[in-house]
Design a binder for this molecule. Structure first.
Ligand SMILES: Nc1ncnc2c1ncn2[C@@H]1O[C@H](COP(=O)(O)OP(=O)(O)OP(=O)(O)O)[C@@H](O)[C@H]1O
Ligand SMILES: [Mg+2]
Length: 208
């Protein structure tokens, strides 16, 4: 039997799951986004956070942005991931509000434009956030995560493997992105939970 870790098997699984979420209609996407945000609002990691990151959805990703106005009312500072220039394919997190100037990165994804000093002043490394809302391509019943395959989040969160204070990581996805089992690689940084439009899947507690 082909191993889950086989690169061809992982590529095929990513393709299949990306196709599934892209097939959702606009109405299904809108409803899923609202249901996701209702579920997220119940999480202590979301309720307690004062600095939180989310993302602008692409390629059928579930949309966490209905939370923006809720965060604003609660005076929560919201950040978006930005590819670090001149760096090792890892991410900064830059403050985001309605008037933030945006620019497309090399993947065509909009991000706050760090050519402006105001955006550079308001950028943080991942360890300075309380909670990160992380996109994913696939997840399983243990809250294991498969991302787009670039290793961007894993690289930016690699410090968490060394212990010490760390942000909460909440993966978010459409319920149809859940699979039976995912391969866990040594560099994969574990999530606290995955929240979908239908459910909250908690990772089992680590032994201390
Ligand atoms: N901490 C790290 N340092 C160096 N390379 C890394 C690190 N983490 C991951 N990588 C590299 O990134 C590649 C992609 O990793 P993986 O398949 O886990 O991506 P992913 O989790 O799907 O992507 P992403 O984190 O962007 O959502 C791997 O081949 C791995 O070698
Ligand atoms: Mg990974």
């Amino acid at each position: 039997m082909q191993s889950l870790h086989d690169p061809d098997a992982k590529r095929a699984l990513r393709r299949q799951l990306r196709r599934k979420r892209s097939a959702l209609s606009r109405d299904e996407q809108r409803q899923a986004a609202l249901d996701l945000c209702l579920n997220l609002k119940h999480l202590p990691e979301i309720q307690r956070a004062r600095r939180i990151s989310l993302y602008l959805p692409v390629n059928g990703e579930i949309d966490p942005t209905p939370l923006l106005s809720w965060f604003q009312k609660r005076n929560v500072a919201v950040y978006l991931p930005v590819l670090r220039p001149l760096s090792d394919n890892s991410l900064w997190f830059v403050a985001y509000h309605a008037r933030t100037p945006m620019v497309k990165n090399r993947f065509g994804i909009l991000e706050p434009d760090t050519r402006f000093a105001a955006q550079r002043r308001n950028r943080l490394p991942a360890w300075a956030l309380d909670t990160l809302i992380v996109p994913l391509v696939g997840f399983d019943g243990h809250a294991n995560r498969m991302g787009m395959g670039g290793g961007f989040y894993d690289r930016s969160l690699a410090f968490m493997r060394r212990g010490g204070p760390a942000p909460n990581l909440i993966g978010v996805a459409h319920a149809c992105q859940q699979v039976e089992a995912l391969p866990v690689e040594p560099w994969d940084v574990p999530l606290s939970a995955v929240v979908s439009d239908e459910a909250v899947v908690r990772a089992s507690k680590k032994k201390s």
